[in-house]
Each structure stands twice: as structure tokens, then as C-alpha cells.
Write a protein that binds this ligand. Structure first.
Ligand code: APR
Ligand code: PHB
Length: 385
């Protein structure tokens, strides 16, 4: 088999890249280790930056997002017995976020690719990358896929980044002394907007997926076994951490899915080697507090599409040579923001009393100074491209 761009991974990065390349007449094949059902049912992120919404709309895959997505114009920071709204419409006029599950984006992209005759090969667990600095090719099962270039969109645990020889990559990482317990429940959201709550018992996030489905997260110890969290305990802890302002009552309902997500900051530089280009979680990971993971994947793919399009149409390799440098500026802005939101909102057991006072002071600053609130708002809705 032969294609122009061999793509490893059918998550948001791989699927969007295949779709955007197709719109430029560039052929690709996507190789995915898991099943289509797995990819379409994986409950992950849920907040789309304005730029991500624009890319999906402008490339013709935004119809269901426009119909079912929830535009949000603010978030609440809840601490010290009070709620403080960060009003996007005032601080960053004209920019907002859309709450729309990542698995919905994946479904829309898979449907669009298959409708356009796109090639996505699911259930191939043995993908290998070869001859990255010469004539690259992919192997899987008993087949060979020759490519002009390979896009490594296979996430943090994929095979692409490890295919880069020792000594080439510089790794930058930070671990956190806690994880998030994510919960999906069939219950109407108890607030119109997202609530980020910081309290002595720990952090909690109230989010949603639709008028009938809510999404929650609880800060838990880093290697917390899921069996420590029966549904009753989850609701009791969510109530304890969210019902901290007068008049707010958390509605409860059947829990549909729950899982523990580790918190990690990670960047591999450069995001390219020979004819291999890494995009999305294959190259970088952020703690989910700033809701940046999916949006960073979109930004990488937008840059890679433009660079590949330029190369195929002019033969010039400039933008491709600069791909990593182009992406890393935005990656590090999102890394900093995600780290900052995480340290601002999570009591660290390792923190001394002094650290706790710094957090409260910064929260007071962000919720009382328009300048400070604007820094949160402009990063949250997404810095301009
Ligand atoms: N071979 C083929 N496919 C693989 C391999 C492999 N060796 N390893 C992983 N994959 C697949 C996974 O099954 C998954 O479908 O690659 C895909 C990677 O998708 P994501 O992990 O979603 O990464 P990405 O597309 O970069 O999206 C990043 O989405 O998953 C969230 O938290 C993530 O918000 C972030 C964003
Ligand atoms: C989600 O709805 O899944 C979500 C929202 C905001 C975050 C993280 C996750 O910061």
C-alpha cells in the first residue's frame, strides 16, 4: 500500500489531520490500534476553545456541534464560601467556549472521513514505524504502507514517540501529588456553567455534556483505586465540595461511567524527527484543569496541515522544518496555563500553610482584578492563533 501521509492513531488529532488533508486533496491512511466503538465511546475532554470550534465549522464538520454543543460565556470559581464568575463576554468580548464531548468530535470526524471514502483501519495493534529519515513506511499485521511522511497521533502511550532514537528528544515533565476521579452521570446539571471549586477537602469540578448529562471530577490521591469510590461516596463528596455557597443544591442521579485520570505535565521536544511529525498527546500532555488537551491537538494539526499543504504545493520545506518551533510556542503557553490553573485550585498536601495562603491570595486577585481575571479568561477561551 502507499499513501502520502501515514497517520498513526484515530483520536481527535489523527482524525482531524486526515480530514483537513483530504480537503487539500492530500491522501492519508489512518491506522488505529483499538476498535471504532472504543474510539467513539471513550469519555475524555469536553471543552472546545473558540479556535477549535472555528476549525470544525470552517472544515464542514461542525453541524452537530452547532446543534448539540453548549456555548458558554463564563465559568465560576468557588472558594471560601462564595462563587465568583469569570465573565468571558466582559473580559474577552466575542470569545467563548463550547461544551461538546470529545467522543462526539471523534464520531463526527469518523463519519465525515468514511463518507468521503477516507481510509481508517481499526484494530491494528502492531503498527511499526520504519526508515524515518529516509523513505518512511509503516508496517501492521502482514502489510506495509509506504508514505511520504508519518504523523504520530497515537497519544501519550503510543508507538510513534518511542520510535525516535534515544538522545534525540528532550523531555520536560512534572507530576502532581493527586489525580482526578472523573464521573459521568445521567442527571441534569445543577448550574448553567462550569464550577471550579477549591476547598479544604480538595478540588471538585462541575461540568456537563447535555441538559440531561453532567460531568464531574474530584481530586483524589494519585494512585487511588476506583473501588474506594462507590457511587454513594462520590455523591457525598461532590456535595461536600460543591454545596459550599448559599442556595446551591447538587442534583444526583445514576452514574454511567467513572475513572481515575493521573495528572501530568509533559513535553517532548522537538515534535518531529526526519519524516515523522508528532501531534497532540503523542508530543505533550497537560493536566486537564485548563481543558487544553484536545484544543492543543487541534492547534498542532492545523499547523501540520498548513505545512504539509505548502510542501505538496510548492516543494518548499520551510514550514515543515519549522513545525515543532511553530507548535511549541502555543504548547508551552498551554502548559503554563494548565499548571497555573492546577496549582491555583488544588490544595497540595505537600504544601505548607504559606503555600495555601498564596493560593487563596491569588484566587482573591483573579476574582477581584479585571486585569488578573482577563489573563485567566483569554487563556481559557484560547489565545488567538
Ligand atoms: N497504534 C495505533 N494507534 C494507537 C497506538 C498504536 N501503537 N497507540 C495508541 N493509539 C491510538 C489510541 O487508541 C487513540 O485512539 O491513538 C489514539 C490517540 O488518541 P488520543 O489519546 O485521544 O490523543 P490525541 O488524538 O492526541 O487527542 C488528545 O484527546 O484523548 C484526549 O486527553 C486527550 O484531550 C487530549 C486529546
Ligand atoms: C469536562 O467537561 O470534561 C471538563 C471541563 C473542564 C475542564 C476539564 C474537563 O477543565
Amino acid at each position: 500500500m502507499r499513501t502520502q501521509v501515514g497517520i498513526v492513531g484515530a483520536g481527535p488529532a489523527g482524525l482531524l489531520l486526515s480530514h483537513l488533508l483530504h480537503l487539500r486533496g492530500i491522501d492519508s491512511v489512518v491506522l488505529e490500534s483499538r476498535s471504532r466503538e472504543y474510539c467513539e465511546s471513550r469519555v475524555r475532554a469536553g471543552v472546545l476553545e473558540q479556535g477549535t470550534v472555528d476549525v470544525l465549522n470552517d472544515s464542514g464538520v461542525g453541524e452537530r456541534m452547532r446543534r448539540e454543543g453548549l456555548p458558554h460565556h463564563g465559568i465560576e470559581l468557588r472558594y471560601g464560601g462564595a462563587g465568583h464568575r469569570i465573565a468571558f463576554e466582559k473580559l474577552v468580548p466575542g470569545r467563548a467556549i463550547t461544551v461538546y464531548g470529545q467522543q462526539e468530535v471523534v464520531k463526527d470526524l469518523i463519519a465525515a472521513r468514511l463518507a468521503a471514502g477516507g481510509k481508517i483501519i481499526f484494530d491494528v495493534p502492531d503498527v511499526g514505524l520504519h526508515d524515518l529519515t529516509g523513505s518512511p513506511y509503516l508496517t501492521f499485521q502482514d502489510q506495509t504502507l509506504e508514505c511520504d511522511v508519518i504523523a504520530g497521533c497515537d497519544g501519550f502511550h503510543g508507538v510513534s514517540r518511542p520510535s525516535i532514537p534515544e538522545g534525540v528528544l528532550s523531555i520536560f515533565e512534572r507530576d502532581y501529588p493527586f489525580a482526578w476521579l472523573g464521573v459521568l452521570a445521567r442527571v441534569r446539571p445543577s448550574a448553567e456553567e462550569l464550577i471550579y471549586a477549591r476547598g479544604d477537602r480538595g478540588f471538585a469540578l462541575h461540568s456537563m455534556r447535555s441538559p440531561e448529562i453532567s460531568r464531574f471530577y474530584l481530586q483524589v490521591p494519585p494512585d487511588e483505586p476506583l473501588e474506594n469510590w462507590p457511587d454513594e461516596r462520590i455523591w457525598a463528596e461532590l456535595k461536600a465540595r460543591l454545596e459550599t455557597v448559599p442556595g446551591f443544591t447538587l442534583a444526583t442521579g445514576p452514574i454511567l461511567e467513572k475513572g481515575v485520570t493521573p495528572m501530568r505535565s509533559f513535553v517532548a521536544e522537538p515534535m518531529q524527527y526526519g519524516r515523522l511529525y508528532l501531534a497532540g498527546d503523542a508530543a505533550h500532555i497537560v493536566p486537564p484543569t485548563g481543558a487544553k488537551g484536545l484544543n492543543l491537538a487541534v492547534a498542532d494539526v492545523r499547523a501540520l496541515t498548513a505545512a504539509l499543504g505548502h510542501w505538496y504545493s510548492t516543494g518548499e520545506t520551510g514550514p515543515l522544518d519549522d513545525y515543532s518551533r511553530t507548535c511549541l510556542r502555543r504548547v508551552w503557553r498551554a502548559q503554563h496555563f494548565s499548571w497555573w490553573m492546577t496549582t491555583l485550585l488544588h490544595p497540595f498536601e505537600s504544601d505548607d500553610a504559606y503555600g495555601g495562603r498564596l493560593q487563596t491570595s491569588y484566587l482573591d486577585y483573579v476574582t477581584s482584578s479585571e486585569a488578573a481575571a482577563t489573563t485567566l479568561a483569554e487563556n481559557y477561551v484560547g489565545m488567538p492563533w
